[in-house]
Write a protein that binds this ligand. Sequence first.
Ligand SMILES: Cc1ncc(COP(=O)(O)O)c(C=O)c1O
Length: 444
Amino acid sequence: MDITKIVSNMQLTPDSSAPLYLQLANNFASRILESSIPSGTKLPPERELARLLGVSRTTTLNAYRLLEERDLITTRRGSGTYVNDLSQSQSAYTMPWAQLFTPQYKSPLSSLLRTLVATPTANNIISLAAGMPDPALYPLSLLESALTTKTPPLDPADMGYIPTEGYFPLRRALATWQTNQGIRTAPDNILIVSGSQQGLYLTIKAFVEPRDYVIVESPTYLGAIQILEAAGARTLCLPNTKELDLAVLEDYLVRYRPKLFYTIPTFQNPTGRVMSLQNRQDLIRLAARHRLVIIEDDPYGQLYYGQQPPPSLKYLDNYGGVIYLGSFSKILAPGLRTGWVTAAPSVINHLAQEKQYIDLHSNNLSQRILHVCLEDNALSDHLTMVRTEYKKRRNAMVSAARRYCSNQLTFTTPEGGFYLWCNVTTPVSACPPASTGLAGRPIL
Ligand SMILES: Cc1ncc(COP(=O)(O)O)c(C=O)c1O
């Protein structure tokens, strides 16, 4: 490598607003970083460099100083100027990110949901790891036409910032949709969020401080556990019984003064359980007496495969304490990342303030598409189709479980949603058999 030739080819622009020494330093830096001037190369002395480029010695001196500051070269007195070994100089200055982060709650569960969501499904494998809608049922042409043919052409205003509470036509359409289901709702009662996961995060952030008590069903949605753990909440678990045990709930209310109760009353994740109407009414009566905040998470309520489930807690809410979380993820497509919160306007205002710190508002295009789907009744048509399709799959799953696992499993056929909760009746091993070299250990 002929350094003199490389240097002679360097282009400097005297009329540029960037000073010559900076241009020269940047020129060297990019070549050093891309290794076209390799580590260990001896660079021309400043005087020689100035002569080659037709610039002053101050320019070359300043350029070399800057490169030294950036740790790209070293001048050894009496020997000359050399390009540094970048692998060493860079590792010496690697950012110590782990030491700089603020404390973050980490448990064995921390990254589990992220892994589940990110794991692509192989062609011939149906993943049962998480409750996901089947991608083959995403209404792609409906979503495409909602954006292209069914709405006026995009206007610059459609792509600007919008109020944090969400795209008003979508809030209005959702208010109508819910009112038609008997939940009297105005647009002011609705906050559009980036998935009900965000709604859950915002609500927990709004009410829960470290060491506060929160009641949950056991088992419950992993994403909720993660948020509660990160918030430093202490969870009080309601046992997995056929009906919600309101005696235990009341005991918790009296003894611990919990901040809220998080529940999935319809096609619960992961048990598939549906709270009966009587149980819901009793819960609301109890909650009203204790002014208990209830978060009703309802991503699956529309996915029923027989009779419609009992009305939501929000429908029965006569004291205004239920905060309802809805989502388009399971009924349309999770990639829309759109859900909503229905609550009293003061709660919506508070959550919107919090949301503003995170993302200003949710994605305009998704909201526009969803508005069309609701206005057009296309969502109802799609729901009719997926209910039929998922019912077939539920039946296939149940008959396969009966046929192949009836000796080991007991379960109740779920009336909707994505979950078949099984009790294992005989000890089974979760590990490979001993012949593989890994001793099988029973998990029960
Ligand atoms: C009970 C429950 N709540 C919330 C979510 C998250 O939904 P979204 O995609 O709307 O954030 C899920 C996803 O599996 C869920 O099962």
